[in-house]
Write a protein that binds this ligand. Sequence first.
Ligand code: ADP
Length: 186
Amino acid sequence: MGPPGGGKGTQAGLLKQQWQVPHISTGELLRAAVRDGTPLGLKAKATMDAGELVSDDLMLGLIEERLSQPDAQTGFILDGYPRNLSQAESLDQVLARIQQPVSGALLVEVDSEKIVDRLAKRAQQEGRSDDNEATVRKRLAIYAEQTAPVANYYAEKGQLVQVLGEGEIAEVTQRILAAVNEAGWG
Ligand code: ADP
């Protein structure tokens, strides 16, 4: 977990190599569905472009389908899911059913001033249609209102690890590995 532009995707991509498990990014899955023009993509595009959350029902279907793939049977890194409390509860039910309980939840924290700068840069480099200023502001607001409480959900279960996401990418990765080792995941 972490704010939009907080580096979740970058760090998950690096940890995937370390842990040899798939990196499952719901944002990437949705963008692929939009690119491919699937029914899900058609339903999700306007919501994503507005910086809002795609419905919990659609997301649950997407995540269940992805977790049923062969490569996810021995573990995975989820990036971008769960993003509100209802998704966190649904995920726990799915994981109990498939007998793959959560090892832990990682929160990568980044100051919101830095996020605006990072996303402005990413908008130039990648041209994502949701990285414009109005949408970024909306995404940050939704993160604060709906996603930040998910960190408390895991903290109450003693499953939350928090790491500062500022500084060099490799430095953040080292911080994550140290924190996760200390927490005894894996
Ligand atoms: P970021 O973390 O930078 O906002 P993501 O790639 O994780 O980017 O997500 C992009 C968009 O995809 C979100 O703004 C939202 O519209 C949609 N999305 C991704 N994951 C979820 C989710 N779990 N629930 C609802 N919508 C989601």
